[in-house]
Design a protein around this ligand. Sequence first.
Ligand SMILES: Cc1ncc(COP(=O)(O)O)c(C=O)c1O
Length: 364
Amino acid sequence: MSDAAARAARWVRPQVQSLTGYRVADPGEVIKLDAMENPWPWPGALEEAWLERLRTVAINRYPDAAARELKPLLRDGLGVPADAGLLLGNGSDELIQLIDLAVAGSGRTVLAPAPSFAMYRIIAEVTGATYAEVPLGPDFELDLPATLEALAAYQPAVTYLAHPNNPTGNGLDLDAVAEVVAQADGLVVVDEAYAPYADTTFLPRVLDHPNCLLLRTLSKVGLAGLRVGALIGHPAWLEELEKCRLPYNLSVPAQASAAFALEHRQALDRAVSHVLAERGRLAEALPAVPGVQQVWPTQTNFLTFRVPPGCGEAVYRGLLERGVLIKSLHGSHPRLADCLRVTVGRPEENDRFLEALAEALAAA
Ligand SMILES: Cc1ncc(COP(=O)(O)O)c(C=O)c1O
């Protein structure tokens, strides 16, 4: 072991050393359908106008720490209730980290249903918190009695509920969510990363509870590269969390670009409606591919499906060999054996995916 490795082993906290970090695949030259990005580019004229806007920003200056231009546009674009506070993050990942830094940490518990978003565990453990899971029901719905039991048993400082849930794609019953919030003493964060693709939202109900915050992101509507997340809720919570936020967490180009995008919401809305149309087409075509065993209903911009037992990894690799990158969920949770997750792409990408999937399944 090198001296540096020995020092790192001595000083990095054991909880961090035992973690497996979040792996991001190197896409290379492939059709990229692994990360819930929106694939629709802006029309050329709009892209030119955006580049013009970027020409005016001062990158020699620190960003506006209060995001004064962006915040009102986000409030309007997301429909944030007038009495609610708004805190911005470098993607919602950073907001999850900020919540856990402020509320979780050593000696406290973070709870989430399982299977759910991988970062809930990673970030909780990085902050020194204990991570506890409560299994989702047979159709990946919230198991209300089990969740209420888990609240009583663990007394979590923070509970994360993703609505809709990643990687299962389904929305949660919002009355069940409200019941969880009502019964929890600690903070409950309703993570609505996929809200643009969902039928329902908890947003109008967030202020009904003294212990609820709601997360949104611009990542799934074509702006994943900007890293802009929004945390919405009672100002009393957000004022405390604000103290943990690094003042310049949103770069000058990110703030200007997000503001520009929100001033041209039709382009974002168009990108969402294209995905919804393609999602419908994929949801019909996917179950008809020989070998696909189950496709779960989705309220997101991805579909989760199962292939025959023992074939999950081979199908994932077969797709990659044919130039299509999706996400293998196999091994991430016992309920997701031989499951794969595909992000809805552009029509020609989805066609290529369906073709490559049929071939990979036949070969597996
Ligand atoms: C449920 C959920 N929350 C949060 C995020 C993180 O999104 P962001 O790009 O805003 O960090 C994701 C990304 O996949 C997600 O699935």
